[in-house]
Design a protein around this ligand. Structure first.
Ligand SMILES: Nc1ncnc2c1ncn2[C@@H]1O[C@H](COP(=O)(O)OP(=O)(O)OP(=O)(O)O)[C@@H](O)[C@H]1O
Ligand SMILES: [Mg+2]
Ligand SMILES: [Zn+2]
Length: 280
C-alpha cells in the first residue's frame, strides 16, 4: 500500500483505512460551572472571530471617557507636574501661583479692607493673567519692576508655573549667575549661552544688580536679540525703574536690547513695602 502522507502532499485525500491514532484521549465533559476549555471548541470560536474581524472594514472605536479613570489620570498628571515643578524651583518660591496673588501682605488672607497696596497687587495679578493668556500666541515677555522685597521673583515664578504646565521647560537664573556661566573661563560657557538663547522660557532674576560692562551688555544683547527673533518668551525682574532710562542704559547697545525686551512685553510695577521680615 502507498504511503498516505505522499497522497496528502499531492493534494489527494488520505485513505480512510489508515487514520492516525489520537494524540491524546478526549477530555471529559466540562462541568457547567467551569469556563469552557480548548476541548469545548474555544479555539474554533477564536479562529472564527478573527476571520470575521478580518473581513470587516476597520472602524474606529469611539473612546468613551470612564469618569473615575479620567479623574485618576488627571490627578496623576497633576501630581507629576507638581513634583517636576518642585524639582526646578527654589523652595522659597514653590508656593508661588497666580491664585495667591492680588492682595497686599497685610490683607493676604483676604480679611480686612482693601488698601492702595491691595490695588497695586490686584493690578499686578491682572498683568500676570494677561501674560499667561497671551504669552504663547504672541511670544510676550514679562518685565517685573519694583523695590526690594515687593514680590517680583515670586510673581515671576507664578507666571512661569503656567508655562511649565503647558510643557515649556523653564531656565531660571539670577542675572549674576547667568553672566558667571557665560564667562569664557567657565566650563561650558558656549553651551550656557546657547541654552540661555534657546530655552523655551528664560527667567532672568534681578537684572541690573550685576556690574555693567561692555562685555555684559554684549551678552544681554545676544540673548535678548536671539530670543526676540525666535519669538521665545523671557521673564525679567529688575529694581531698575523702567519709567526712567535706567534699565535702557544698563542694557546698553544704544537702546537696542531694551527696545527688543519691551517689544511685546507685559510690564508690571510692584509697589508696597517689603514682604520680607517681621512686620508684625
Ligand atoms: N503674593 C505673595 N504671597 C505670599 N508671599 C509672597 C508674595 N509675594 C512675595 N512673597 C514672599 O515675600 C518675600 C519677598 O518676595 P520676593 O523675593 O519675590 O521679592 P523681590 O521683589 O524679588 O525682592 P528682591 O528685589 O530683593 O529680589 C519672599 O519670601 C516671597 O516668598
Ligand atoms: Mg527677587
Ligand atoms: Zn491691602
Amino acid at each position: 500500500m502507498s504511503d498516505p502522507k505522499a497522497i496528502i502532499e499531492k493534494g489527494g485525500r488520505a485513505p480512510a483505512a489508515s487514520p492516525r491514532p489520537p494524540a491524546t484521549q478526549p477530555l471529559p465533559p466540562a462541568p457547567d460551572d467551569l469556563p469552557p476549555t480548548v476541548g469545548d471548541g474555544l479555539l474554533e470560536h477564536v479562529a472564527h472571530a478573527v476571520s470575521m474581524a478580518k473581513q470587516r472594514p476597520h472602524t474606529e472605536v469611539p473612546r468613551v471617557p470612564i469618569p473615575g479613570v479620567e479623574q485618576a489620570r488627571r490627578d496623576a498628571r497633576r501630581r507629576q507636574l507638581t513634583e517636576a515643578w518642585a524639582a526646578q524651583v527654589p523652595p522659597e518660591f514653590i508656593g508661588a501661583k497666580v491664585s495667591v496673588l492680588g492682595r497686599c501682605r497685610a490683607h493676604a488672607d483676604g480679611a480686612g479692607p482693601d488698601c492702595t497696596d491691595c490695588a497695586d497687587a490686584a493690578a499686578a495679578k491682572a498683568g500676570v493673567e494677561r501674560w499667561v493668556a497671551e504669552y504663547a500666541a504672541d511670544a510676550l515677555n514679562l518685565v517685573v519692576a519694583g523695590p526690594t522685597g515687593s514680590g517680583k521673583t515670586f510673581l515671576g515664578f507664578a507666571a512661569a508655573r503656567h508655562a511649565f504646565a503647558d510643557g515649556r521647560a523653564l531656565r531660571f537664573r539670577p542675572s549674576v549667575e547667568l553672566l558667571g556661566e557665560l564667562d569664557w573661563r567657565a566650563d561650558g560657557a558656549r553651551a550656557a549661552l546657547e541654552a540661555a538663547c534657546s530655552a523655551p522660557v528664560l527667567f532672568v532674576d534681578d537684572l541690573g544688580i550685576e556690574r555693567s560692562s561692555d562685555w555684559a551688555q554684549e551678552q544681554w544683547y545676544t540673548i535678548v536679540n536671539r530670543r526676540w527673533m525666535d519669538r521665545l518668551p523671557t521673564i525679567v525682574t529688575t529694581n531698575l525703574d523702567p519709567e526712567t532710562t535706567d534699565l535702557r542704559d544698563h542694557l546698553g547697545a544704544g537702546g537696542r536690547t531694551y527696545d527688543r525686551l519691551r517689544d511685546r512685553a507685559v510690564g508690571i510695577w510692584l509697589g508696597g513695602e517689603s514682604r520680607r521680615g517681621n512686620h508684625g
